[in-house]
Design a protein around this ligand. Structure first.
Ligand SMILES: Cc1cc2nc3c(=O)[nH]c(=O)nc-3n(C[C@H](O)[C@H](O)[C@H](O)COP(=O)(O)OP(=O)(O)OC[C@H]3O[C@@H](n4cnc5c(N)ncnc54)[C@H](O)[C@@H]3O)c2cc1C
Length: 189
């Protein structure tokens, strides 16, 4: 499981920002995502490397120290993010989204896998002969993210090195953004 923690507060922020610091956020990250009149400030990390309580404390401290934002009085919301995928079809029972453990263990991104798996399962029920290639591509990427989450979850040093390598790859355009997110470009319709 991963843990996601979110604070939604009023604010006019322009840039979407991600922060990687393994001493605070383990193999995860914190974010500042501007909305129209509010901002989401939160964090995601593997629960085996940093506990939910510690992650929350680290986020509050980080926001105060580096962004001068006091989150301590803001209402928090949090949940586990399930990436323990064991299958989607069990006789005539089907699991999609978080229920199936289809979120990314690496990024906590689970909206796209939930929508795609729901759509694919509905199609399968209507026509079991129809191609599920898009779903299988998602499952392949999920496995890669899961393996990386397990690997980086072993040790904060490994987590920091890997995040630096990925960020360098993205900055130099060696890595495309869609290679590290669950939603692949071909699937963004
Ligand atoms: C703090 C945080 C931030 C996140 N940020 C992102 C992000 O930026 N991008 C992203 O892609 N993902 C993000 N995620 C992950 C994402 O929210 C989930 O992966 C996604 O919502 C899973 O969708 P789902 O439909 O499978 O499950 P859910 O969104 O959990 O929906 C399940 C629904 O079923 C309902 N339900 C449960 N039991 C029953 C029942 N017995 N009867 C009827 N209804 C029931 C629940 O109330 C719920 O509404 C975040 C998660 C957290 C915790």
């Amino acid at each position: 499981m991963g843990v996601g923690i979110n604070y939604q507060l009023p604010g006019d922020f322009k840039n979407m920002e991600w922060f990687f610091d393994s001493s605070l956020f383990g193999n995860g990250y914190s974010w500042i995502f501007p909305h129209r009149k509010t901002v989401s400030i939160g964090t995601y990390a593997g629960s085996n490397i940093v506990s939910a309580r510690q992650l929350k404390e680290n986020l509050i401290k980080w926001a105060a120290d580096t962004k001068h934002i006091d989150l301590s009085q803001v209402k928090v919301s949090a949940d586990y993010v399930n990436f323990d995928f064991r299958g989607w079809k069990f006789d005539n029972f089907f699991l999609a989204g978080d229920a199936a453990g289809l979120a990314s263990g690496l990024t906590g991104e689970g909206i796209y896998p939930a929508i795609l798996s729901g759509e694919m399962i509905a199609r399968y029920i209507l026509d079991p002969g129809r191609s599920l290639d898009e779903f299988f591509r998602l499952l392949k990427k999920h496995r890669l993210h899961r393996n990386m989450a397990v690997f980086t979850g072993k040790n904060r040093f490994i987590a920091q090195i890997l995040s630096e390598l990925i960020l360098t790859g993205l900055r130099c355009s060696i890595l495309k953004f869609h290679t590290v997110e669950m939603a692949s470009s071909s699937a963004c319709r």
